[in-house]
Design a protein. Sequence first.
Length: 220
Amino acid sequence: MYKSLNSLNERIIKCVKCQRLVNFRESVALKKTKRFIKDNYWGKPVIGFGDPNAKIIIVGLAPAAHGGNRTGRVFTGDKSADFLFKCLHQAKLSNQPYSIHLNDGLVLKNVYMTPALKCVPPEDKPKAEELKKCFVYLSEEISYLENAKIILALGKIAFESCVKLFNLKPSLYKFIHGAEYSISKKLKILACYHPSPRNVNTGKINEEQMLEVLNIVSKC
């Protein structure tokens, strides 16, 4: 399992299949943003991380421009990460309530986390063909996570990506926060609002709601 995941990750990091995404991720890494002007941006595809033996897979949409695309780890170094890991820690699914950079000591407990799209897309809006190309990686990745029992999909696009990935009928798998569906005899999927600053600031999702969802997946 470990060897297979490592081999997959090496291929993902070298991927240049989608020229629009390659151009954008590298442009962001060169231009940077004022508050991170001294940082060396990652600027490459972002792989999954966590426990390969995990029962829980958390799938996000894509790396953030100045989060994962900067730090090299999904849900790391941005506001979404601040909220998510505060909740993960409270749910005893991580050893600390923050995810700041690659060497911050973070350990996920019974969780493997990965983006559906491995590169940051312009305006956070991937094209259908870009997602389709990246599904090859996501599909292989999930196949190696043999102990997985539930996928927690953060956001509508991540949820719908998983629906397409498993060739499920969209009419039977609606994105409703907290809705749980069976994918197969051994695997389920749970829909959750994305912990983005917009959703948090508008009250679309709060810590209590997030913890309710995390408590559901923790029992799998």
